[in-house]
Design a protein around this ligand. Structure first.
Ligand SMILES: Nc1nc2c(c(=O)[nH]1)N[C@H]1C(S)=C(S)[C@@H](COP(=O)(O)O)O[C@H]1N2
Ligand SMILES: [Mo]
Length: 325
């Protein structure tokens, strides 16, 4: 069954980035004139980005609501968020995705949802953007390589989308796949990984309100290198779980194998919960470096479940998290 098409966003609601930036400047000037520093501070959270933190080439996502589930830690600059990436489809170096992801075409784009559900179908990216309330969710992305960034994502709960496809009782896990297209993704011409990139979550992890599908960051649609047009973000797990440029979501009965687990099962597990007391075989996970602070800044202590133990530890009650890493 196809999802009923929600009404499209009227063109009047899509503000071109240049106009938007200009409006912001006007607003700032007006506030400064009125001497209302407090109003600016209060409004700061609603205005998703400062002019320096936008890319004029990317559309602004309208009506983004701030989420109470955001962290209030300082955000990593847009430059670092979009210039220091892992996206092996565009090369294995941190600067490669920004340099090479221009060949990805994130529009038009659709995602197939299939497997153990009553209403399998396809959903287009425009319907994803207009059919779900977009929120700003500031989350720390903690990479298994022991660095982290704090990113103002735009997105919505993955569970809201999954429910529309009516998963059956056989749906115990959700499997995700990235686009497979060596034309658009030149890194796929080499077999550094077993393409397409794959990930998986247990059903309760997928339905958890902290788990989001991200459509943007810093108030605008996702830059290609960050996984345009749609990627997963699971804030209590290592960054590799947050699969980019998703084209397929499948409800499955058995635990799916993820790409890194298939490559190196001793180093990367299925759960990948941030766990300072379970080291990666080649380095410690107890601390991490914050990108943007420089190589000489001190490291930060890593918290269990990346700081979300109160919200998610119960999902793993009774499990041996050393064996299920
Ligand atoms: N398709 C795909 N998704 C991916 C990756 C990848 O190589 N390919 N890298 C993962 C890893 S290891 C991390 S840390 C995050 C990085 O996300 P960012 O570049 O937006 O910060 O993306 C994850 N998603
Ligand atoms: Mo990572």
């Amino acid at each position: 069954m196809l999802i009923q098409k929600p009404p499209p966003i009227p063109p009047s609601e899509i503000t071109p980035p240049a106009v938007w930036a200009q409006r912001r400047e006007l607003l700032k000037a007006a506030l400064a004139l009125a001497g209302t520093g407090a109003a600016l501070a209060a409004g700061g959270r609603l205005l998703a980005a400062t002019p320096a933190q936008t890319d004029p080439a990317l559309a602004v996502i309208p009506n983004v609501r701030p989420s109470p589930l955001s962290t209030d830690e300082p955000r990593t600059s847009r430059e670092d968020v979009t210039g220091y990436n892992n996206f092996y489809e565009f090369g294995t170096g941190k600067a490669d995705p920004k340099a090479n992801a221009g060949s990805l075409k994130p529009r038009p784009w659709s995602v197939v949802v299939d497997g153990a559900c009553e209403a399998p179908g396809t959903i287009g990216i425009e319907d994803v953007l207009s059919g779900f309330t977009q929120e700003e969710r500031i989350y720390r992305l903690r990479c298994v390589e022991a660095w982290a960034m704090v990113i103002p994502w735009v997105g919505f709960p993955l569970g809201d989308l999954l429910k529309r496809f009516k998963p059956t009782s056989q749906a115990r896990y959700v499997a995700f796949e990235t686009l497979l297209d060596p034309q658009q993704m030149p890194g796929q011409r080499r077999s550094v990984l077993d393409w397409p990139y794959r990930e998986g979550l247990r059903m309760d992890e997928a339905m958890h309100p902290l788990t989001i599908l991200a459509t943007g960051l810093y108030g605008q649609v996702l830059p290609n290198q960050n996984g345009a047009p749609l990627r997963l973000v699971v804030p209590w797990k290592y960054g590799f779980k947050s699969i980019k440029s998703i084209v397929r979501i499948s409800f499955v009965e058995t635990q799916p194998l993820n790409t890194w687990q298939a490559m190196a099962p001793d180093e990367y597990g299925f759960y990948a919960n941030v766990n300072p007391s379970v080291d990666h075989p080649r380095w410690s996970q107890a601390r991490h470096r914050a990108i943007g602070e420089g190589l000489f800044a001190g490291k930060h202590k890593t918290l269990p479940f990346n700081g979300y133990a109160d919200q998610v530890a119960s999902l793993y009650a009774g499990m041996d998290l050393r064996r299920n890493f």
